[in-house]
Design a protein around this ligand. Structure first.
Ligand code: DAO
Ligand code: DAO
Ligand code: DAO
Length: 205
């Protein structure tokens, strides 16, 4: 139950438990095409959720279903979002020349498209309130660890190498970020499937 899980393409490893109660549900890779030419590996990621939160809010409704009945259940996803489970997306940077400017513009593109999808508006202010946390003087060299943690109350806390850089309360932003990893067009399909399988196993019988 305790040896770390390795993301195979990058060799990056992730602890199976974070902050005492969050369990690793899947790992994956974020790639990005540059200049429309080649894909670069930008970061490996791990998706974590609080076991007890998941069980507490979902087992009454879903506990009688089998793991295969739970897998890919869209209503379950909705409910999970509604019931405010503590989660973390951990990013481990593998690209060696990441600038804050490129992080900001990638974020505006990826998260911006989800804000549009979920709310029907571009939410410029919300996006800026998040990206303004990324100060130009920050460095995120290869090996940096960024935790995006969703706490109870839809508070999104960002930490770089264990140091808090900002905290924003927004259900829409939490949902939009989660959608990058476990939504309909995830960065890494296999990672999303693993998350679904592990959640189903956690809940189902
Ligand atoms: O050097 O222009 C370049 C390529 C940079 C790609 C940046 C992708 C950034 C993805 C977001 C990273 C979030 C930590
Ligand atoms: O991969 O497109 C993407 C979005 C990733 C979310 C990245 C949030 C990064 C916050 C890092 C702050 C660095 C100063
Ligand atoms: O709506 O795309 C979105 C984000 C929803 C996040 C909710 C967590 C869903 C976890 C999926 C597991 C389903 C078995």
């Amino acid at each position: 139950d305790s040896s770390p899980v390795t993301e195979s393409r990058t060799g990056t490893s992730f602890p199976v438990v974070l902050r005492d109660s969050q369990r690793l549900l899947g790992v994956g890779l974020r790639r990005k095409a540059i200049l429309g030419l080649k894909n670069i590996d930008v970061y490996a990621f791990g998706v974590y959720a609080d076991d007890a939160d998941v069980k507490e809010c979902l087992s009454e409704k879903y506990g009688d279903l089998s793991a295969s009945e739970l897998k890919g259940n869209e209503k379950l996803k909705e409910d999970l979002m509604e019931c405010d489970v503590s989660m973390t997306i951990r990013l481990q940077i593998v690209y060696g020349r990441l600038s804050i400017r490129s992080v900001r513009s990638a974020f505006e593109e990826s998260v911006g498209s989800r804000l549009q999808k979920f709310s029907g508006s571009d939410n410029k202010e919300l996006l800026q309130s998040f990206t303004s946390q990324f100060k130009d003087e920050y460095k995120i060299p290869k090996g940096s660890i960024i935790d995006l943690s969703k706490e109870r109350g839809y508070v999104l806390r960002t930490m770089i190498d264990g140091k808090e850089v900002g905290c924003i309360e927004s259900k829409l932003l939490c949902r939009s970020i989660l959608d990058l990893y476990i939504g309909n067009e995830p960065f890494d399909r296999k990672a999303k499937e693993d998350v679904e399988l592990n959640l189903a196993a956690l809940l189902g019988k």
